[in-house]
Design a protein. Structure first.
Length: 331
């Protein structure tokens, strides 16, 4: 009897949560969590936004909070009823909401078929509008664009400065939290060799077959490791980075073709070797970061690396890979 009551109670809660969503155009579902009552976003406004994208099963596929960098972009004209622009125009500066974008409508109006593997009906976004730049009545486009550019450039530089100031602390905390007994090279690379491999070390003309997993040093908002790229299929699936178009398994690298810290680490182990690298931003993507890979300026990185083979040069040079350049995760 008690079990039946628990199930009934849980079902009632789930139904109540569903009923909290309002219906919008084009199959859009939305729930506004907080509103400041300011002027709503309109086409052409430039916004700064934090957002979490999830599947219907509550699996996070991307998050600006995890990379500690809000997105800034102009709000474009809506392409169809119920698209993301339509959803954003329900909000104002300071507002937060959850949107469910209908994937069938998206496929229909974008002329891009819904992937056969995509079983969800909705793409789910939870957003917080941090800043809205409105164009004043009668204001010239050039004046508005210059004003917005100056504001957001200044705002971005302030964020970059925070990343730079926090870098040393991130490295120290990561090493302590993972109880790592690191060694440090003259360049500042820190590492732990868990298996040295054989005595052979790669040369500039060799091709190394490498398994790796790259992660940011701060954990995700759900407490899990903040993995941004991997060659290991199991890790890709567990971290939400799996791409059915990717070929998982050891990938080819050549010395001198990767970021400096990764390249230096490859020289420290032989075939069969395993190493954990803690790479300061100066040996990774520096003050520019790599936005397309979700790596912000002054981001220190960690890689778990295994060299499965070292192949001697042939007449045809082998293709080399660069970590963090794996295909983007399926949306």
């Amino acid at each position: 009897m008690k079990k039946s009551l628990v199930i009934l109670f849980a079902a009632t809660l789930g139904l109540a949560a569903c009923n909290n969503f309002k219906k919008g155009p084009g199959g859009l579902m939305y729930q506004i969590h907080k509103t400041e009552g300011k002027d709503k976003i309109v086409e052409g406004d430039i916004i700064k936004i934090n957002a979490v994208q999830k599947t219907e099963k509550d699996s996070v596929t991307s998050s600006t909070y995890d990379i500690q960098q809000p997105a800034v972009f102009p709000v474009s004209k809506k392409q169809w009823a119920g698209d993301i622009s339509d959803a954003l125009m329900l909000l104002a500066e300071g507002d937060s909401a959850t949107f469910k974008i209908d994937l069938d409508s998206m496929a229909k109006y974008s002329n891009q078929p819904k992937p056969a593997t995509q079983k969800d009906k909705y793409m789910v976004f939870t957003v917080k509008i941090e800043k809205v730049m409105h164009k004043a009545a009668g204001e010239a486009d050039s004046t508005f664009q210059r004003k917005a550019t100056e504001f957001f450039q200044k705002d971005f530089q302030a964020t970059v400065a925070k990343h730079k100031a926090a870098e040393a602390g991130k490295i120290k905390n990561f090493i302590a939290d993972n109880n790592l007994k690191v060694q440090t090279t003259a360049s500042g690379l820190q590492y732990v060799i868990t298996a040295p491999g054989d005595s052979q070390r790669a040369t500039l003309t060799d091709t190394l077959m490498v398994n790796y997993t790259g992660k940011l040093l701060t954990k995700k908002s759900d407490g899990k490791e903040n993995i941004f790229d991997t060659s290991v299929e199991k890790v890709a699936k567990e971290s939400g980075k799996y791409n059915q178009m990717a070929q998982y398994g050891p990938r080819p690298f050549s010395l001198g073709r990767a970021i400096p810290g990764f390249d230096e680490g490859l020289k420290l182990i032989g075939k069969g070797g395993k190493i954990t690298l803690i790479i300061p931003s100066a040996l990774a993507y520096g003050e520019g970061g790599m936005p397309q890979g979700g790596i912000t300026p002054f981001s220190p990185l960690s890689f778990d690396v295994e060299i499965t083979d070292i192949k001697k040069a042939t007449n045809a040079p082998a293709a080399a890979q660069t970590p963090t350049m794996a295909p983007a995760p399926t949306r």
